[in-house]
Design a protein around this ligand. Structure first.
Ligand code: CO8
Length: 255
């Protein structure tokens, strides 16, 4: 579900999400992303681009099928894997660039926001945290990284309304750092940014990253187990199951 290609000359890599059709994040994909990042860290890689092999979707966010009509035990494992993937990506000392070549809603937006830099294609694709549109509450740590990126007032409105932004809007809000004309250019610009990022003195960059980001992870750690329990209760409730059913139906009808 992921492939990692390394460039030994530069000490960098590209981690490509490849779970068709839309790179929705299921338990196994989350575990594979975490393992791939940890392996790159062990290999003394200096940075990587997070990319997608879908032509139009970066990631459709969490796999709704992991939340709909699922077993509690699987849901618990899934949520723990999500927390662990986020801790790993958010805190990795490697310099990370998201190459957002297409749609990036909800969990897809969280992936992008957890990198150090992002380049998004200028297309019909959108990005944002649309959880409330699904009848779900974005977890507190989703809210926090969103507020950190675009400020409280913008995040407050967007989270409450479940807004998905165009690339231009996302750029003007600081939700992404750069736009590119087409997916090939996204990769080109992401590579340039990666080259730039790994030139910065490593100790200074990685300790700054750690000091600025670690408190957010510590905060999640203080309630991570309780979050798993609360999420299970919430998602498995009849009301949320019904809402997810309607959302899935609408996704199918859209075709
Ligand atoms: N999970 C599972 N299946 C999905 C998902 C998803 N997130 N997104 C799309 N699919 C499925 C579709 O149902 C469709 O299935 P099928 O082929 O069987 O009909 C297939 O993938 C292809 O989808 P589309 O035809 O819609 O593909 P398009 O290329 O036309 O559109 C989009 C791509 C724009 C990404 C579109 O699929 C879309 O909008 N998907 C939904 C995205 C979304 O809303 N994601 C939110 C997920 S929830 C989340 O990430 C955070 C939850 C936090 C929970 C907190 C609880 C308290």
């Amino acid at each position: 579900m992921v492939s990692v290609s390394k460039d030994d000359k530069t000490g960098t890599a590209t981690l490509v999400l490849q779970r068709p059709p839309v790179n929705s994040l299921n338990l196994e994909l989350l575990q594979e992303i975490t393992a791939a990042i940890k392996n790159m860290e062990k290999d003394k890689c200096r940075g990587f681009i997070l990319a997608s092999n879908s032509p139009t979707v970066f990631s459709a966010g969490l796999d709704i099928m992991e939340m709909y009509q699922t077993k509690e035990e699987r849901l618990r494992l899934f949520w723990k894997a999500l927390q662990e993937m986020w801790r790993t990506l958010y805190l990795t000392p490697l310099y990370t660039v998201a190459a957002i070549n297409g749609h990036s809603p909800a969990g897809g937006g969280v992936l992008a926001l957890s990198c150090d830099y992002s380049v998004m294609v200028s297309s019909k694709a959108t990005i944002g945290l649309n959880e409330t549109k699904l009848g779900l509450k974005p977890p507190v740590w989703f809210q926090k990284i969103f507020v950190n990126a675009i400020g409280f007032k913008n995040a407050y409105k967007a989270l409450n309304h479940g807004t998905l932004f165009t690339p231009q809007e996302a750029l003007s809000l600081n939700l992404v750092d750069e736009l590119a004309g087409d997916p090939a250019q996204v990769m080109e610009q992401a590579k340039k940014q990666l080259e730039f990022g790994i030139q910065i003195p490593n100790f200074a960059r990685t300790s700054t990253k750690y000091e600025m980001r670690h408190p957010h992870v510590q905060e999640l750690n203080s309630y991570a187990d309780k979050e798993v329990e609360d999420i299970c209760k919430f998602i498995l409730s009849d009301r949320v199951q019904k809402t997810l059913e309607v959302y899935l139906d609408n996704l199918k009808k859209k075709k």
